[in-house]
Write a new protein. Structure first.
Ligand code: 3H9
Length: 696
């Protein structure tokens, strides 16, 4: 095995190279190697300056996240970085790729920093429920000023080299393309000019932007985005320390706050998701020789909200896109939707006018299937009806070239029946996007019984190109996400009949962390969508209460925001939901008619009924191999359904609660609410009753 840290002398420079693929994380052997290398360079008389570089594709991308679950081993990163900073010879960091977390902290412990123009710099610990713990909360404000430092640490978003130079984070941008050669020559010029160690810890924090009210204002500004999270508040406290107490004391407090974060359930949940999202890309059993097909031209069929959103997502990823709809009005409405979304992105400064023009130019419109003859991938996004979709796929079979991938964006229907309408079911699969398709990160990739491994590999690669998390799921009604949604929605509907107002259910679940409450979501998505799907199903329970309130609203023309009223009332031009007296009365009368007793339902019960229903159905999906892994279910619910990231997804949350506790809770609901919906899933029961029940 090659050493993770190399040491080399070039003239008067000691060149220390970290080489720990894939991302040069600061694992224990790296820390040890760095400590030894720095000590050696200090000892060697001929060395006047130390240059720190990384091999491979990136500078250090952070501490080794896998080590957070293990007992800490010396040298600890904060101590090592203090040792680097205290070094008697100047230390220069040369950065390429991404300097993230402990990586950027390492660079800040060096005395001088240079970077290639494409390099990026960030402290993304907040995304893992953590805060920078190797002096980052103290050194960054000293270099960039308080506000810029807070913005980087609270958003977790990296900045580019230009901004890093402007804010004082780095000293020089290297332009030649040969980072090693140019960094050596810059380091030598520093040595020749007699550059001295320049510890950041000895600098003053530029204080002009933190008058008395500054931190209070800052907290207010971030309150909505950081709702429910622990680490952002602790980051702000660390930065308050940076401007008010000596460096060493502040460092000790940074450490104790970091430990608080690290041991929190939130951080465990967020770290779980970090690995879960990467694990989702790995498909066990997939033929390793299955090479993704080349995708350049994409056709999207159906120019409605979903179709145009998918088209926009593909344009944003650089594909040529053909939007096809046989209805001319629908087609031009789709095009207008896309161009108005592009305009908005330009207005908000997210893209330049040139980028918008380039995207618009790559969009072509068509009305006839012949236009699809050269498409590499066709994504069907027409009306959610089996009959309609089968007709479409029979026509695609005629129009598309051999080797084209044929995908349906169905959100619930049987992908195999759709595939059977073609002569090439191996090329057919589901690509289930979530609305708005250019924004939502999730792509459920539905494997049909005959879908080839090559087509699955193509879809996984396609999801990556779109910047989405692709999760492979099996074929059944609603796949993983929408199948589980049925249980969640069912309980939120049942509780209405039991006398819980919709606004209370929404408030409690949003308070628990869901991005929105279920009734507000229903109004946003359109209640008619679920209504039509329920009409298509033949396997619904024989239960007059099942989604009764939603059905009544649709039958009264209350479809949600789009019709100006749904579960809630809306005022023109205002999307704020207002409780409706009429709906409250309608629900009361219907409960009376159906004989549903009104009961006191606690906030805890609201949460448990909705979330345990999810977990129970998730366990069935896992048992039936509709989901490959419990962690895939978590990735789906966090990225597609507004499940709070800081709770790690429904299955992780259940593990944290203890599967036995979840099982017991479900059994109690079976006693009070009956066993129609509350039979524990066999897998949950098996795991919960096993002696060592601690996860899936
Ligand atoms: C920290 O630094 C705390 C300190 O303040 C204090 C400490 C005392 N550790 O994402 P990719 C793996 S907290 C371990 O697919 P990309 C990843 O799992 C850390 N493993 O590549 C994957 O493994 P596999 C702060 C890591 O090119 C492989 O590397 N830093 C780590 O799309 C490739 O990853 C961060 O939060 C790690 N730190 O993106 C940065 N990072 O192949 C986290 C990656 O087995 N990392 N792996 O699935 C990233 O954001 C992205 O990985 C990066 C590359 C942008 C670097």
């Amino acid at each position: 095995m090659h050493p993770p840290v190399r040491y080399q002398i070039v003239d008067n420079l000691a060149i220390v190279t970290i080489d720990n693929p894939p991302v040069n994380a600061l694992s224990h052997p790296v820390r040890e190697g760095l400590q030894t290398a720095i000590a050696r360079a200090v000892e060697e008389h001929d060395v006047s300056l130390i240059l720190l570089l990384c091999a491979g594709r990136t500078f250090v991308a952070g501490a080794d996240i896998r080590e957070f679950g293990q007992p800490p081993r010396k040298p600890h990163l904060p101590d090592l970085l203090n040792q680097i900073e205290a070094c008697s010879k100047p230390v220069v960091a040369a950065i390429h790729g991404t300097a993230l977390g402990g990586g950027l902290e390492t660079a800040m412990a060096c005395h001088y920093r240079c970077a290639v123009r494409e390099a990026r710099f960030g402290l993304p610990e907040v995304n893992l429920g953590l805060l920078p713990d190797a002096g980052g909360t103290q050194r960054l404000p000293r270099l960039t000023g308080v506000e810029a430092a807070l913005d980087m640490m609270i958003s977790g978003r990296p900045i580019g080299a230009g901004q890093a130079l402007e804010t004082g984070l780095i000293d020089k941008i290297l332009d030649s393309g040969d980072i090693r050669a140019e960094a050596i020559s810059w380091a030598q010029s520093l040595a020749a000019s007699g550059a001295r160690p320049r510890p950041v810890s000895a600098m003053d924090v530029p204080g002009e932007d933190c008058n008395a009210g500054f931190f209070a204002d800052y907290r207010n500004r971030i309150a909505r985005k950081t709702r429910g999270l622990l680490s952002p508040e602790l980051i702000v406290q660390c930065v308050e320390d940076a401007v008010s107490i000596p460096f060493d004391q502040a460092l000790a407090r940074e450490r104790s706050r970091f430990m608080e974060c690290k041991s929190s359930p939130q951080s465990a949940a967020l770290r779980h998701l970090f690995f879960a999202e990467r694990e989702a890309a790995k498909i066990p059993g997939l033929d390793p020789s299955a090479v993704p097909r080349q995708i350049a031209k994409i056709a999207v069929l159906g120019a409605g909200t979903m179709g145009s959103g998918i088209a926009l997502a593909c344009l944003e990823a650089g594909f040529d896109v053909q939007l096809l709809d046989s209805n001319e009005d629908a087609l031009s409405a789709g095009q207008e939707r896309i161009s108005s979304l592009l305009d908005k992105q330009v207005e908000k400064g997210r893209i330049t006018a040139n980028e918008a023009a380039d995207r618009a130019r790559r969009l072509r419109l068509a009305q006839a299937y012949e236009a699809l003859s050269d498409a590499d991938l066709v994504i069907e996004a027409v009306f959610e009806s089996m009959e309609v979709k089968r007709d479409v796929f029979a026509a695609l079979d005629q129009a598309c070239r051999q080797g084209a991938v044929l995908a349906t964006n169905t959100s619930t229907l049987d992908v195999d029946r759709i595939a059977q309408a073609t002569s090439r079911p191996r090329d057919v699969l589901g690509l289930h996007f979530f609305s708005p398709a250019n924004v939502m990160r999730l792509l459920e990739i539905v494997r049909g019984a005959q879908t080839s491994d090559e087509v699955i590999a193509t879809a996984m690669a396609f999801a990556r190109r779109l910047g989405k998390v692709g999760v492979l799921v099996g074929n059944c009604f609603g796949f993983v996400g929408n199948r589980m949604l049925y249980g969640y929605g069912r309980e939120s509907q049942m509780m209405l009949l039991e006398g819980v107002p919709p606004e209370r259910i929404d408030r409690v679940l949003a308070g628990w962390g869901m991005a929105m409450g279920p009734h507000a979501v229903g109004d946003l998505a359109g209640l008619d969508v679920g209504y039509k799907i329920r009409r298509e199903r033949t396997d619904l329970p024989d239960d007059p209460c099942f989604y009764r309130v939603a059905d009544m609203l649709v039958e009264r023309g209350r479809l949600g925001q789009k019709s100006g009223s749904g579960m809630y009332d809306y005022q023109p031009g205002d999307r704020a939901p207002r409780p409706s007296a009429m709906v409250a009365q309608m629900i009361r009368e219907e409960a009376d008619r159906l004989g549903v007793a009104q009961r006191e339902v606690s906030d805890q019960e609201i949460i448990k009924r909705c979330i345990f229903a999810l977990v129970n159905e998730g366990a069935r999906c896992l048992d039936e191999k509709i989901a490959l892994r419990a962690s895939d279910i978590d990735v789906i619910w966090v990225n597609g359904y507004g499940f709070p990231r800081f709770r790690g997804g429904p299955m992780f949350y259940a593990s944290q609660l203890g599967l036995r506790n979840v099982y017991d809770g479900i059994c109690r609901f079976r006693e009070t609410l009956g066993d129609r919906y509350w039979r524990p899933a066999p897998l949950l029961e098996k795991l919960a009753l096993a002696d060592d029940a601690d996860g899936w």
